[in-house]
Ligand binder design. Structure first.
Ligand SMILES: Cc1cc2nc3c(=O)[nH]c(=O)nc-3n(C[C@H](O)[C@H](O)[C@H](O)COP(=O)(O)OP(=O)(O)OC[C@H]3O[C@@H](n4cnc5c(N)ncnc54)[C@H](O)[C@@H]3O)c2cc1C
Length: 412
C-alpha cells in the first residue's frame, strides 16, 4: 500500500496521526479559518486532521479554538467553529438520551425504502472490490490511515445504505471499529443523518459530485463514470426509495485485506507496556489524589501530586472492537500522560486506599456506569454552552448555544 495514498491524492497530513499532544499543537499552527471555509469540502482541502486528538481528549475544542483565535479572527460565523459545533451537537443529543443506546437505533425518521435492509456488511465492500472507485478508494484509505475525510464518510455511508440496502447500523459499527477517531455520537448519528433516520431526507451523491471534490492531482483515480453512482439525483432518489439492493459492478476488482478488529491489544513494547491485570488494588496511593484516565480523556498532566492511572475497561472493548491502529494510538497517548495503565474489569479495581478519586465524565456506556460507581466525575470539556433543553436540529442547537454564550471570546 506504500504508493497508494499519494496515488489517491491523500494529503501528507492526513496519512499518519502521531499520538502525541505536541502533534495536535503542530496541526493547530497550520489552521487558517478562511482557507478551511473555502476548501474543506475538497478531499485535498485544508481540513485540520484534529479528530483523533479531539476524540481522545489529547486536545480540547476550547484549547483548539483559543489557539486559532490567537492568530486569526474567529467567531460563531466561521465555518470552523460551526463544524466544531457539529461535534458538540452530537454529544448534546447523546447526553439527552435517557438510555445511551438510543443513538444506536433509528432516532426519528424512517428509512426511505420499505424493503428489508441487510444487517451485515457485504464482503465486496469490506474488501474494497465493489468496482466503484470512490468506495474502493475510501476503504483502502480507511484501512491504511484510520481516518477519512468527511466527504468520503458521507459517500461511503450513502452508497452502503441507499444503493446496497445495508442497514446504517451495520455500516456504522464497521466504520467505527476502523477509525482512530471513531466516536459513537458523531459516527452513528452521522450514519443516521445520511440514512434519513436523523434528518428529513436521504443524503445522496453522484459521480459528478465526487469529481468536483477529488484531489487535483489524482482525478482519474476517483472517476466513477459508468458505475452505479453515475446518475442524476432524480434517478438516485428513485433507487434509494423504490429499488432493491444493487450488487458489485461487473468485472473483476482487486481486493484488499480487512485488518482484524480486536477487543484488546498487548505488546512487549516499552512505550506501550501496561498490563496489570492480576493486580486489583492500586498501590502507593495513600495520601495522594487518584485520577482514572480513560481513553477519551488523554489530556496533558497538570501540576501536582496526583497519581494518574490509565484505565482500559475490558467489557467496553469486548462490546466495541478497535483496529490495531487505534489501540496503538490510544495506548501510546495514554502511556505518555499516566503513571501506569491498568487493564481489566473496573468492577474489580480496588481504589479504597485513595482519599480522593476523580475521572472525567464520559457518555460511553460501559465506562460511564463503571466510573460513576468509583470516582467523582468532572465534566467533560466543551467549547459551546450545552443547552439544557434537548435540541433536535443542529440549527436550533447552534442558535441556543450562541444565545447562551454571548460573545464568542467569552468562551475562550
Ligand atoms: C458517516 C460519518 C461518520 C463520521 N464518524 C465520525 C467519528 O467517528 N468521529 C468523528 O470525530 N467524526 C465523525 N464524523 C464527522 C466528520 O466526518 C469528522 O469529524 C471529520 O471528517 C474529521 O476530520 P477533521 O478533523 O480533519 O475535520 P475538520 O473538517 O478539520 O473539522 C474540525 C473538527 O470539527 C469536528 N467536525 C467537523 N465536521 C464534523 C461533522 N460533520 N460532524 C461532527 N463533527 C465534525 C470534528 O471534531 C473535527 O475534528 C463522521 C461523519 C460522517 C458523515
Amino acid at each position: 500500500m506504500n504508493n497508494l495514498l499519494p496515488a489517491l491524492g491523500v494529503p501528507q497530513q492526513l496519512q499518519t496521526f502521531e499520538p502525541a499532544h505536541q502533534a495536535a499543537l503542530d496541526r493547530l499552527t497550520s489552521i487558517n479559518p478562511a482557507s478551511y471555509a473555502r476548501s474543506r469540502n475538497a478531499l485535498d482541502g485544508a481540513v485540520t486532521g484534529l479528530s483523533p486528538y479531539l476524540t481522545h481528549g489529547l486536545l480540547t475544542m476550547q484549547d483548539a479554538a483559543r489557539n486559532v483565535a490567537g492568530r486569526h479572527a474567529l467567531g460563531f460565523a466561521d465555518k470552523l467553529v460551526f463544524e466544531f459545533g457539529w461535534r458538540e451537537f452530537f454529544q448534546h443529543v447523546w447526553g439527552h438520551q435517557k438510555n445511551p443506546d438510543a443513538i444506536l437505533q433509528d432516532m426519528h425518521g424512517q428509512l426511505p425504502w420499505r424493503g428489508r435492509y441487510a444487517d451485515t456488511m457485504p464482503s465486496d465492500i469490506r474488501e474494497g472490490r465493489t468496482g466503484v472507485p470512490v468506495i474502493d478508494n475510501a476503504v483502502r484509505i480507511l484501512y491504511s490511515t484510520g481516518y477519512l475525510h468527511n466527504h468520503m464518510r458521507m459517500w461511503l455511508a450513502s452508497y452502503v445504505v441507499h444503493l446496497r440496502k445495508v442497514h446504517w447500523r451495520a455500516g456504522a459499527d464497521w466504520l467505527y471499529g476502523h477509525l482512530i477517531d471513531g466516536d459513537l455520537a458523531s459516527n452513528h448519528l452521522s450514519w443516521q443523518w445520511v440514512a434519513g433516520t436523523f434528518s428529513s431526507k436521504p443524503y445522496l451523491f453522484n459521480a459528478e459530485n465526487v469529481m468536483r471534490y477529488a484531489p487535483a492531482g489524482a482525478r482519474r483515480a476517483w472517476d466513477c463514470s459508468g458505475t452505479i453512482v453515475d446518475q442524476s439525483y432524480e434517478a438516485l432518489d428513485d433507487f434509494a426509495r423504490n429499488r432493491p439492493a444493487v450488487g458489485t459492478e461487473p468485472g473483476t476488482h482487486e481486493k484488499v485485506i480487512e485488518p482484524p478488529l480486536l477487543s484488546h491489544f498487548y505488546e512487549s513494547n516499552e512505550a506501550l507496556a501496561h498490563t496489570n491485570r492480576a493486580q486489583t488494588a492500586i498501590e502507593n496511593v495513600a495520601n495522594r489524589n487518584l485520577e482514572l484516565v480513560h481513553p477519551w480523556s488523554l489530556s496533558q498532566r497538570s501540576e501536582g501530586n496526583t497519581l494518574r492511572i490509565g484505565v482500559i475497561h475490558q467489557p467496553a472493548h469486548t462490546a466495541w472492537l478497535w483496529s490495531e491502529k487505534r489501540w496503538r494510538f490510544v495506548l501510546s497517548a495514554m502511556a505518555q500522560v499516566t503513571d501506569e495503565i491498568w487493564t481489566g474489569d473496573l468492577a474489580q479495581l480496588d481504589v479504597k486506599g485513595a482519599p480522593n478519586v476523580t475521572a472525567q465524565a464520559t457518555l460511553f456506556p460501559q465506562y460511564r456506569t463503571a466510573l460513576a460507581r468509583m470516582a467523582r466525575l468532572t465534566p467533560s470539556p466543551r467549547l459551546l454552552p450545552n443547552p439544557s433543553m434537548a435540541c433536535r436540529s443542529f440549527s436550533k442547537f447552534y442558535e441556543r448555544a450562541q444565545r447562551d454564550a454571548g460573545q464568542f471570546s467569552d468562551l475562550l
